[in-house]
Each structure stands twice: as structure tokens, then as C-alpha cells.
Design a protein around this ligand. Structure first.
Ligand SMILES: [Zn+2]
Length: 249
């Protein structure tokens, strides 16, 4: 599998004295790991390239004798400065990237995942305001929606009533939204979603990450949104946060 492509670096680790391993996201192949032999010494082949969240053009090769991919060279396309100096922003970006890696990305969903993470990192780099506390959760929800776990947010799935005009509930196990009256039949797994949380979910389906700061919610709606999306991702995607990292069921 020899190819050249623009990719996003997600993790870099040392392997032997002068070699590195690099985990990256390709917009056509998904998540890949390759070795950069001599990567920690070779300024000619990897000048300033191999840092987390850099966007780089890489040439990747493999040999018949080895099951591993090798990075032959890389050219920096876009690096980051503010993100590296601001540990809060950097932490948010790392949290999003870790979730994406736990989620796993198949080649058919790779382009969407790539652009979502790239735009999220770019928004963190360029935003004037400190990122919202909800940004990691926005990212998890949007990645899940984009990768096929979308929610229908307009009508009650049972009676067809328009959800904008009635209080509604997220039915976590069904992965659907119902009006409050219909949700009575699902007593074990319903979470309230008020109009503000529902509106944020609708916008989250379509807005680019640079515009997510406009989705900040007042505390009660923020709590509703957090509980609902956390439960949704946990139940449907099977990922939850435990002991400082994302794990799968
Ligand atoms: Zn209904």
C-alpha cells in the first residue's frame, strides 16, 4: 500500500533511539499507524512535521517483508501556534482526537471525520474566546451523527407531532426523540430535552465547528444536553469515559 496524501497527525511516540511511530488520520483510509525510521533525526525528510495536530503531506510505503507502514517523507502544510501554548485548548483538541480514535473510522466515513477534526482543531486555534465547556461533547455528538447515528429532531417518532411545539424526551435505548406524552410508554430510559437543548442539537447537525460557540446554553439546558448526549453516545456508540480515557463496552 504505497500512497501520498494530506493527513492529520494524531499521536507521535518514540520507538528506539531515532525512530518514531506516528498515528494519523487519512481522509480516504481512516486511522493508520506508520513508523518514521530516523524520524527524530531526519530534518531533511520530516522538517518540523511530526507534531500532534499538524496537517502534513506524506509519502507512505510498505514492503512485502514487513506488515508495517513506513513514512518516507513529510511536508508541513499547516502547523499550530496558539493551541500549543494554551493547555486548555490543547486539552480539548486531545480529548476530541482520543474520542475519534476510540470511535474508529472506516474508509467510507474517513473524509467526514477528517474534516470535522481538522475544523475543530482550526476553530480551537483561531477562536478569540476560550472554548465552550461543551465543545468536547459537541464533537462527540457531531462525529456520531456524521458517522451514521443521526437523530430525527423534527417530529415525534411515534405520533408525528412537531417537536418544536411540545416538551420532548430523548429515549436513549431507542435512539429516538418522542413528545412527552408518547415518552410515558418508555419509563426506563427517557431523558428530558427542553427547547434550548433541542435547538442546540439541531444546529449541531449542520453548523461547522467554528460556529459552535454560538450554541452555548444556560446551565439547566446545558445539563439536559450533557446528560442526553452522554447517554446517547454511551448506549449507541458504546464509548464512555473511565479513569481518564475513553473505553468501549
Ligand atoms: Zn408523540
Amino acid at each position: 500500500m504505497d500512497f501520498s496524501e494530506r493527513v492529520l497527525v494524531l499521536q507521535v511516540g518514540q520507538f528506539r533511539e531515532s525512530d518514531l511511530w506516528v498515528r494519523f488520520l487519512s481522509p480516504s483510509r481512516g486511522l493508520l499507524t506508520a513508523f518514521a525510521f530516523g524520524g527524530s533525526r531526519s530534518r531533511r525528510r520530516f522538517a518540523g512535521c511530526l507534531d500532534v495536530f499538524n496537517e502534513i503531506d506524506v509519502s507512505v510505503g510498505s514492503s512485502l517483508r514487513s506488515p508495517y507502514l513506513a513514512l518516507r517523507e513529510g511536508v508541513l502544510v499547516r502547523g499550530l501556534s496558539r493551541l500549543r501554548r494554551d493547555w486548555r485548548r490543547f486539552g480539548v483538541a486531545v480529548n476530541c482526537a482520543r474520542f475519534l480514535q476510540s470511535f474508529g473510522v472506516q474508509p467510507e466515513g474517513a473524509a467526514k471525520a477528517y474534516f470535522l477534526l481538522r475544523e475543530t482543531v482550526e476553530a480551537l486555534e483561531e477562536a478569540e474566546r476560550t472554548p465552550s465547556r461543551l465543545l468536547p461533547l459537541f464533537f462527540r455528538a457531531r462525529l456520531s451523527f456524521d458517522q451514521g447515528y443521526a437523530l430525527s429532531l423534527t417530529y415525534c417518532f411515534r405520533c408525528g407531532r412537531n417537536l418544536s411545539s411540545v416538551p420532548c424526551r430523548l429515549l436513549t435505548r431507542e435512539g429516538r426523540i418522542a413528545c412527552r406524552a408518547c415518552a410515558v410508554s418508555f419509563p426506563d430510559n427517557r431523558l428530558p430535552l427542553g427547547p434550548e437543548a433541542l435547538s442546540a442539537l439541531r444546529h449541531l447537525h449542520v453548523l461547522p465547528p467554528a460556529d459552535w460557540h454560538g450554541l452555548d446554553l444556560p446551565p439547566p439546558a446545558e445539563r439536559e444536553f450533557s446528560l442526553a448526549m452522554d447517554a446517547f453516545v454511551r448506549y449507541h456508540v458504546g464509548i464512555f469515559w473511565k479513569n481518564g480515557r475513553f473505553v468501549r463496552h
